[in-house]
Design a protein around this ligand. Structure first.
Ligand SMILES: [Zn+2]
Length: 384
């Protein structure tokens, strides 16, 4: 009898998060590695009726670059009193393909859920659903129009969607990224931009002994250039350049290296430093033996005059609901919300529930934060 009473007393506490935890369990146990297009599509189809049930009009949009590039993007929309839109951004894919041994969810303890995509970023999906449901249950019609995007290939840079993001940004006054909260429970007020260069050097092969003088050593040319590029790093200005890979020549000792190539990652904190760095790179790479292409170019976003008070409001809501003081960070990693960057739009990210060890088999989510962060979002929306 005593146990029964205790159970009844405890029930309301746990019923709070249980539906979200059930939903999360279900989608974490479905593999959605980015390349597993069928798997990611299955997540989108699973989630679609959840958004429809709270009044959204939902479409699955095929990748503009072709259906083989990625699964479709889920776009859920609701018209509000104003045409200005709040856009919520999250993603359905993970870095764990079907070949990974890391597939299933397990509870590490009462509150910590270990599994692929628990924090990055499936937790964000179930959290936003709860926040919007709660918000819509207290307002007849939302003040701003609402748009939810669940992107299918964020983990590989959302190839094919950059224009779509640009267009959605035009009608957004506020873009909220549901990537996981920071390790210290903080949120993200800016993300660096990145530029990926692929550099090719054409030299001339020759016999390393007999015809050494006739050769043009591509590896040597490349090595010199890489040294110059590496020197553009300036930690004080938050500018980094990094050689990710280099290769060249034949797998031989006695042939002068005839070709070489390298992959370079450059991170910049804002538009101004982007312009400076691209100019310097052009200068370094100006050489008739060198060709290069820019493989990825993601703009930075950063806190500004219009976003500062809105971010402060969000931090206050976290403090009130979770009883902890948190800060907003500038993150080195890029995300989908970077592609919404333009003058006049407010962007925040890291508003999802909190966990740790993303992209590793130790990835976990503190499931208590599904509730708290969704309450934060609801109260923030109500306060706008
Ligand atoms: Zn993510």
């Amino acid at each position: 009898m005593k146990i029964l009473i205790l159970l009844i007393l405890l029930l309301p506490l746990y019923s709070l998060a249980s539906r979200e935890v059930d939903r999360l369990t279900e989608i974490v146990n479905m593999n959605s590695g980015t390349a597993n297009i069928k798997g990611v599509t299955a997540i989108q189809n699973k989630v679609k009726p959840w958004f429809e049930a709270i009044g959204f009009k939902v479409t699955l949009v095929p990748n503009p670059d072709g259906e083989k590039v990625s699964a479709p993007m889920l776009v859920a929309e609701m018209v509000g009193e104003k045409t200005e839109t709040i856009t919520f951004v999250m993603h359905a894919d993970t870095v764990f393909e079907p070949s990974s041994p890391f597939q299933k969810l397990k509870m590490t303890n009462e509150f910590l859920m270990n599994g692929p995509g628990t924090m990055d970023d499936k937790g964000g999906i179930v959290m936003v659903l709860k926040a919007l449901e709660d918000y819509l249950s207290v307002v007849k019609k939302p003040k701003y129009s609402l748009r939810v995007l669940v992107s299918p290939n964020e983990e590989v840079g959302s190839i094919g969607w950059w224009n779509t993001f640009h267009q959605f940004s035009q009608s957004s006054w506020l873009v909220l990224g549901l990537e996981p909260g920071h390790d210290d429970y903080g949120i993200v007020q800016g993300r660096k931009g990145n530029i990926w260069y692929e550099i090719n050097v054409k030299g001339k092969e020759s016999h390393a002994g007999r015809d050494h003088a006739e050769g043009v050593n591509a590896c040597q040319i490349l090595a010199k250039k890489l040294e110059e590029i590496q020197k553009l790093t300036d930690y004080k200005k938050s500018i980094t350049t990094s050689v990710g890979r280099m290769e060249g020549g034949q797998d031989k000792f006695n042939i002068v290296c005839g070709w070489a190539k390298a992959k370079i990652d450059i991170r910049v904190p804002d538009l101004a430093s982007y312009l400076v760095i691209t100019k310097k790179m052009q200068k370094i790479l100006k050489d008739p033996r060198i060709t290069f292409s820019i493989i990825d170019e993601t703009p930075a976003f950063n806190v500004n005059k219009i976003s500062r008070p809105v971010i402060a409001m969000y931090l206050k809501a976290i403090e009130k609901i979770e009883g902890r003081k948190v800060i907003s960070h500038i993150s080195g990693g890029v995300g989908d919300v970077n592609h919404f960057s333009r003058e006049g739009v407010i962007i925040m990210d890291g508003l999802g529930p909190v966990g740790g060890h993303a992209h590793t088999e130790q990835e976990f989510l503190d499931i208590r934060t599904i509730d708290t962060r969704s309450n934060v979002l609801t109260s923030f929306l109500q306060g706008l």
